[in-house]
Design a protein around this ligand. Structure first.
Ligand SMILES: Nc1ncnc2c1ncn2[C@@H]1O[C@H](COP(=O)(O)OP(=O)(O)OP(=O)(O)O)[C@@H](O)[C@H]1O
Ligand SMILES: [Mg+2]
Length: 230
C-alpha cells in the first residue's frame, strides 16, 4: 500500500522531518500521534505532495510517487482530509462533494453511499458549507475525500474542535471503512482516547522524528498516553 522510507523535509533552514518511515495496510487504521508542532501536518502534506521532501522515498501500490503532483497522488487513490477541514464556505454541501470528484469525468455522480455514512449531509445538501457546524463540516470533508473512492484515506486531526457525539460518529465510520478490508487509513491525532480506540498500529512523533511505534493493542502498556500528554 503506502511505504514511506526515510523522508527528510525542511522549511528554510529548519529540519522539520527527520528520517521518517512508515507503512499503511489495507483494512487497518494506522494512527500517528504527536503533540503540537512536532511535524504531523508537514508529514501528511509531504505524502500528498503539497510540500516537497528533500530526501527519502514514497511508494504507493508499488509505484514511486515522491515526484508526483498532489493531483496525480489523488488520482492514484489517496484521499486527504486536511486539518481545519478546508470546506468551501460559499459552495453548497453538494458542490463541496462534487469537488471531491474534480478529477473524474464530469458525469460521475456523488456516490449515494456517502449519504448513508453521513445522513446529515443529505438533509443539508443545498446549504452552504460555511453554514454547517464544525462537526458537520468535518463530516463533509471526510465525505468529499471519500467521493472518488480512495484506497488510502489520510485524516489530519479530524476530532479537533468537534463535539463528542460527532466524534463518535466519525470514529464509527473510520472503523467501518477499515473493516471492509480494502482501504488503508492513516489517522493523525492528538486526542489519545480516540486514537487508541481506533489504532491497529501506532506511531508517535516528537520533533520531527518517530520515537515509538507498535501494534495498537500495546499502546496502554507502552505508556503512549504519557508521550503525547500536554
Ligand atoms: N509553512 C511553514 N513554514 C515554516 N515553518 C513551518 C510551516 N508550517 C509549519 N512549520 C513549522 O514546522 C513545524 C511542524 O509543524 P506542523 O504543522 O507539521 O506540526 P503539527 O504536528 O501538525 O502541529 P499541530 O498539532 O499543531 O497541528 C512547526 O515548528 C511549525 O512551526
Ligand atoms: Mg497539524
Amino acid at each position: 500500500m503506502l511505504t514511506v522510507k526515510n523522508i527528510n523535509q525542511y522549511y528554510g533552514g529548519s529540519h522539520i522531518l527527520r528520517d521518517v518511515s512508515l507503512q499503511t495496510t489495507p483494512g487497518k487504521v494506522t494512527v500517528l500521534l504527536g503533540r503540537n508542532g512536532v511535524g504531523k501536518t508537514t508529514l501528511l502534506k509531504s505524502l500528498m505532495g503539497l510540500v516537497p521532501i528533500k530526501t527519502g522515498s514514497i511508494e504507493f501500490n508499488g509505484q514511486a510517487i515522491e515526484k508526483a503532483t498532489p493531483y496525480e497522488r489523488a488520482r492514484a487513490g489517496i484521499g486527504f482530509v486536511p486539518q481545519g477541514r478546508e470546506i468551501f464556505a460559499r459552495l453548497t454541501v453538494e458542490e463541496n462533494l462534487r469537488m471531491g470528484l474534480a478529477y473524474k469525468s464530469g458525469s460521475t455522480p456523488v456516490p449515494a453511499e456517502l449519504y448513508e455514512l453521513f445522513p446529515v449531509l443529505k438533509q443539508m445538501l443545498h446549504r452552504r458549507g460555511g453554514d454547517l457546524s464544525g462537526g458537520q463540516q468535518q463530516q463533509l470533508a471526510i465525505a468529499r475525500a471519500l467521493a472518488a473512492g480512495p484506497k488510502l484515506l489520510i485524516l489530519d486531526e479530524p476530532t479537533e474542535g468537534i463535539q463528542p457525539s460527532i466524534i463518535k460518529d466519525i470514529g464509527r465510520v473510520i472503523r467501518m471503512l477499515a473493516d471492509r478490508g480494502e482501504m488503508a487509513i492513516l489517522l493523525c491525532e492528538q486526542y489519545y482516547d480516540f486514537a487508541e480506540e481506533l489504532a491497529d498500529d501506532y506511531l508517535v512523533m516528537e520533533r520531527g522524528e518517530v520515537i515509538a511505534r507498535g501494534p495498537g493493542s500495546e499502546m496502554a502498556e507502552k505508556g503512549v498516553r504519557q508521550l503525547v500528554a500536554i
